[in-house]
Design a protein around this ligand. Sequence first.
Ligand code: CA
Length: 460
Amino acid sequence: MNRREFLHRSARFMAASTIAPGLVSGAPPSGKPNIVLIVSDDHGYADIGLQGCTDVPTPNIDSIGRNGVRFGNGYVSCPVCSPTRAGLATGRYQQRFGHEFNPGPPSAENHDFGLSLHEVTLAERLKKAGYATGMFGKWHLGFLPQFHPMKRGFDEFFGFLGGMHSYLDPQGDREGAVLRGTQAVNEKDFYTTDAFTREAVSFIERHKSQPFFLYLPYNGVHLPLEAPERYLARFPKIGDEKRRTFAAMLSALDDGVGRVLATLRKNGLEENTLLFFISDNGGPPANTSRNHPFGGFKGQVLEGGIHVPFLMQWRGRLPAGKVYDAPVISLDIHPTALAAATGVLPPDAKFDGVDLLPFLTGKKKGLPHDRLFWRFGEQSAVRMGDWKLLRMGDEPPELYNLPKDPGEKNDLATQLPEKVKELQAGYDLWNAQLMKPRFGRGRPIVPKSAREGQAGGAAP
Ligand code: CA
């Protein structure tokens, strides 16, 4: 360690030892914690060991919940990829700025799709606060140069710009090659998950003596189903070839999480790092990911599409092994990270998410949210307390008591018209604040009569 590094580390240690006065409730010591945000893709609620997965061990992902907090009611703001990432980046409901849908492919008419340049990203705010910022993985927030991750707050980028990519061929995709910055990568024996992990570990090693923001959105376990033999060989007993490949992909992802955690540990950074793990939406039938006990899947505002694995760890700051059951949402990650990093939230940020830390440490009582909303084309939903009102196109509204009926099978709308009215009024107030979608389109509605067989998200 050179003198500069030593002084830097000492300053961080001293800062972390004292609580500065005047910070917002639940704010951290004045030392700036590192922020790590790991995102899995199309990874259903029941596909981590902590939430019932038995055929694919996920010890490293599970360790985040064991050493920190597992959210029993953790949601994303959309049941598909790009809109959730727009909400994640901004801390705001993405429909407020027209980012309601996935784009089509770059060749389609919405080629100019991208995260609104009027919005401020978490990476931009953390960079301004003195953080080194690195992103390794799937972007899906714009193809044109002005939307590139390095134009949206990241110092470094290694990954791809589209919504899906070959795992094995860095140049094998119509939506563009895997890039380092803006240069196409040409590597042999490539596997995206391992490459993103390698880059993330390198980023930590290179920036361990300064505050850093690591954004690690794996494309695992999104389609295509591709895994090298070294991971497939771990699952000789899974007979379904699709599920076996999925298991290999998830296992690689879990290894990656483990390597990131080990790198933090090795460098003594665990107690100065706030880490999140979340999936961007529920599991789709196509990759065999499971959403048990929820019905529905990716692309639907049924619980199976939006209720996801969501974990958070900050050794020494958050209780270990806590299960937190109040409803929370992906939009909370930006303000939570920013409050941890800077101690303040900009008053003009207009976040829909909230700082979760004071709720998790017990400094703040009550609920982070008394209501959460979803709008995805013709589908909409609102959750208020235990109740969820759901609309699928022109079908009559459906009302569910989620703690009693997580599978959304027992529709109480006709029995409780007043409750329907109350939730609908809450939804209408929110909906009136939103923009029309700027690009893309929704998914076809699955009528209620055709939902049988989706419950539990079993393999197709
Ligand atoms: Ca996804």
